[in-house]
Write a protein that binds this ligand. Structure first.
Ligand code: GLN
Length: 544
């Protein structure tokens, strides 16, 4: 049975627990272990699917159609292990399950309580759905001391007691702030945080101390003494030059070695880290650069497009170039004097990402038109593909082309679908139903037209599987109209009803995809669409 590593955070939020979990997962993997990483989110939403990207950053979608926390994206990008629904749970989901059981009468008249019912459900989740993993890393969202996270802490305490003593390890991520006026790092917040954790019955085995200045040995010993851990188990985590440097840096500081030591494993092989050295080298020593404009809606908050940002960087790594990303608010292009050409001309590629709602859509359509007319490499993702189709229809003699997402229209080039086939059979939904859980979500196959641009991009593949998250579809009834205007449907759902990919063969590089390729890109395996798009941008940069 797997060993469990529980990761909690203290002092403040945003300490990079997710990245730490992902990096530790990658390091254990590099030593030949099989890992899985899970996230416990204490908030009451059933999943982050209905939350604004401004609130919670991007919603990460798994192959099995779960809408999950963006940390699962870090885990998957760093370990290559496909995340599943069973890797992310929220308080909301736990309570939903418990209340449904209570209504069914499953508790046989018992009073339903946080302890034991909520904590049991959390433990069930932690222990469920494991294959032959060596380690399961469980990251607890929030900060120790939050009221919301108490049931999770209690569940960990119980699990640590119930599983054999050498089967669990508690890693606490804290902050060691630098006080400029005193010219010193301060260990007190860490001491308090560990005391808080101890008051919940959890004694950390290992402390990862985030700091902006190197942690002197004297401070390391002091933390060890006050917090009751071995000095080597106090791991300094200095701010890294980039996220790709983190696994190597944490290894140098002894993170994976000390974790294994904590479990009493002393015969593990040294990690094979050449992949991470190569990734870092490609990122830090680029041989050129390109500038890509992302014309979207949530451009004020980079976390809203986390996977996209990463996938573009991976595309750069594939071509050994640095990708400069210009985040452009699409709404800006909706006024007469928007200087659209001046803003878009310096770009080597234009990307219209996924999104929801009408705001900014005309600006996105105007950007598609610019890319089409000027021969600038274009990638449209999900809403971006829908905008490319509306633009294509308007330019091919359907001036009223629109999406029913933006209101009633006589030319629904994009519309809601209420029935489609999936592997589980016919799926149905109502046009006016609940917003939560009503989208086409998760992995779906697409058939590619032989000899198309995309089939070449995918290395000659004729069938692919990609992740979806959308409610609306390009209306296949407009296929002839769009194709006569040069926008070819080169990827379709296996039943031939849902357009998955469009492209313009006459254009240097113009592709729209209904799915989210960014969710599957990895630094060690850049997604072919991003590698191809950045390569086309590189060609474009030699022209302008
Ligand atoms: N709003 C569009 C839809 O629901 C696109 C969604 C997206 O880009 N993820 O179909």
């Amino acid at each position: 049975m797997a060993r469990y590593i529980f990761i909690t955070g203290g002092v403040v939020s945003s300490l990079g627990k997710g990245l730490m979990a992902a990096s530790l997962g990658a390091l254990l993997q590099a030593r030949g272990f099989k890992v899985r990483i899970r996230k416990f989110d204490p908030y009451l939403n059933v999943d982050p699917g209905t939350m604004s990207p401004y609130q919670h950053g991007e919603v990460y979608v798994t192959d099995d159609g779960a809408e999950t926390d963006l940390d699962l994206g870090h885990y998957e990008r760093f370990t290559g292990v496909s995340a599943r629904q069973s890797d992310n749970v929220t308080s909301g989901r736990i309570y939903q399950q418990i209340i449904a059981r209570e209504r069914r009468g499953d508790y046989l008249g018992a009073t339903v309580q946080v302890i034991p019912h909520v904590t049991d459900a959390i433990k069930e989740f932690a222990l469920a759905d494991q294959d032959d993993h060596d380690f399961i890393l469980c990251e607890i969202g929030g900060t120790v001391g939050d009221i919301e996270s108490l049931p999770f802490m209690e569940a960990i305490r119980q699990l640590r007691n119930e599983l054999e003593p050498d089967r669990t390890l508690s890693v606490h991520v804290t902050l060691v702030p630098y006080i400029a006026a005193a010219g010193e790092l301060k260990t007190k917040p860490t001491q308090h945080s560990v005391r808080e954790l101890a008051s919940l019955g959890i004694k950390p085995d290992l402390l990862l101390c985030r700091c902006e200045h190197p942690l002197p040995d004297s401070d390391r010993r002091k933390i060890a003494q006050f917090c009751n851990v071995r000095p080597e188990a106090v791991i300094p985590a200095l701010d890294a030059s980039s996220i790709y440097a983190v696994p190597l840096q944490y290894h140098r500081e002894g993170l994976d070695t000390q974790v294994l030591r904590g479990f009493g494993i002393d015969d593990a092989p040294e990690p094979e880290l050449s992949t991470w050295h190569d990734i870092l080298d490609r990122y830090e020593q680029p041989e050129g650069e390109v500038t890509i404009g992302v014309v979207g809606k949530y451009v004020g908050l980079p976390d809203a497009y986390k996977s996209l940002n990463e996938a573009l960087i991976h595309g750069g790594m594939a071509n050994r170039v640095r990708v400069n990303i210009r985040w452009i608010d699409a709404e800006m292009f909706e006024s007469e004097d928007s200087e659209l050409a001046a803003k878009l001309e310096p770009l080597h590629g234009i990307l219209v990402p996924g999104g929801f709602g009408e705001r900014g859509s005309e600006g996105k359509i105007a950007s598609v038109r610019f890319a089409r007319e000027r021969g600038v490499p274009f990638l449209g993702i999900c809403l971006g593909m829908q905008m490319a189709c509306i633009e294509g229809a308007r330019s091919a003699g359907h001036p009223g082309a629109s999406s029913t997402e933006f209101g009633a229209t006589d030319e629904p080039v994009v519309g809601i679908i209420t029935e489609w086939m999936s592997e589980e059979g016919l799926q149905k939904r109502e046009a006016g139903g609940d917003l939560g859980g009503t989208m086409r979500l998760g992995a779906y196959d697409a058939k590619l037209t032989g000899n198309s641009h995309v089939s070449r991009i995918y290395g000659g593949a004729t069938e692919i599987s990609e992740r979806h998250r959308h409610r609306y579809e390009v209306n296949v009834a407009y296929r002839d109209a769009l194709e006569s205007g040069g926008l070819i449907f080169s990827g379709m759902s296996p039943d031939g009803l849902l357009p998955e990919i469009v492209e313009r063969p006459e254009h240097p590089w113009f592709v729209g995809v209904q799915f989210h390729p960014e969710l599957k890109s990895k630094p060690f395996d850049p997604h072919p669409l991003f590698a191809g798009f950045v390569a086309a941008a590189l060609d474009q940069s030699r022209l302008v």
